[in-house]
Design a protein around this ligand. Structure first.
Ligand code: ADE
Length: 232
């Protein structure tokens, strides 16, 4: 199965680079995922090709209009049945590893990037199945957030990472942060790599990594540590 992702944006060029390098590029080349950037401007209906208008009720900031978005979404829906139609917005559900894991299993995803003060509420009511925020801060548009979401989804699809197990040992899988990692040289700037990692003793290494993960999570993210404890 090839996963298909359509991203609707009024700034298509902003989304070129994230998919043109490294892991995401390779996933596309291997046909594990296809990503289609859709230029919303092509669906603008008035002569100035506007995509936004003043907010009813006044106040600063423009709102993305219903019509171009509806035309664009409907035209994509004619060709595909979407498992999720996602709107990137700071008032959505905060992205976490569990959401990324779930989304990595579906076949067709549409992502809508908002701009200005966001999109008309009626588009949200009519089409959107999931609203996602990438954190409690406001970006100037949904594009970078969409790129973050796509990266988090695509990298964990089986076959994308060359070492199949490596995504499983990431921070946040299991609610634990990843342990510290080291590479050569064994001593740098007077700092030595922990002895156990040089021992070749797999069981001891595994235990050490788990201890370190637990310790890190306890001190840095007590909220996650609680969740991990609940699962054990
Ligand atoms: N658009 C603007 N800010 C955002 C955020 N934090 N997450 C997702 N989309 C956004």
């Amino acid at each position: 199965m090839t996963m298909h992702i359509d991203i609707i944006t009024c700034l298509p060029r902003l989304l070129e680079s994230p998919f043109a390098h490294s892991i995401l590029k390779r996933a596309i080349e291997k046909d594990i995922v296809s990503v289609n950037i859709v230029d919303l401007r092509e669906y603008a209906t008035n002569k100035h090709k506007n995509l936004d208008d003043y907010a009813f009720g006044g106040g600063a900031g423009m709102v993305m209009m219903c019509e171009p978005l509806a035309l664009c979404i409907e035209s994509l829906m004619e060709h595909r049945k979407y498992d999720q139609i996602i709107y990137m917005t700071p008032d959505g559900e905060t992205l976490n590893q569990q959401i990324a894991n779930k989304l990595s299993l579906v076949e067709n995803i549409m992502i809508i990037c908002g701009h200005y003060k966001g999109i008309d509420e009626r588009i949200r009511q009519t089409y959107i199945t999931h609203e996602i925020s990438i954190g409690d801060y406001v970006l100037s548009g949904g594009e970078l957030a969409a790129a973050v979401l796509c990266d988090s989804i695509i990298r964990i699809i089986p076959g994308v990472l060359s070492d199949e197990t490596s995504a499983l040992t990431d921070s946040h899988q299991d609610f634990l942060l990843a342990p510290p990692v080291y590479t050569r040289p064994a001593e740098w700037n007077g700092l030595k790599v922990p002895e156990v990692l040089l021992s070749g003793h797999e069981k001891n290494i595994e235990n050490w990594r788990l201890e370190q993960s637990i310790e890190r999570t306890k001190t840095r993210r007590p909220d996650l540590f609680k969740k991990w404890e609940e699962g054990h």
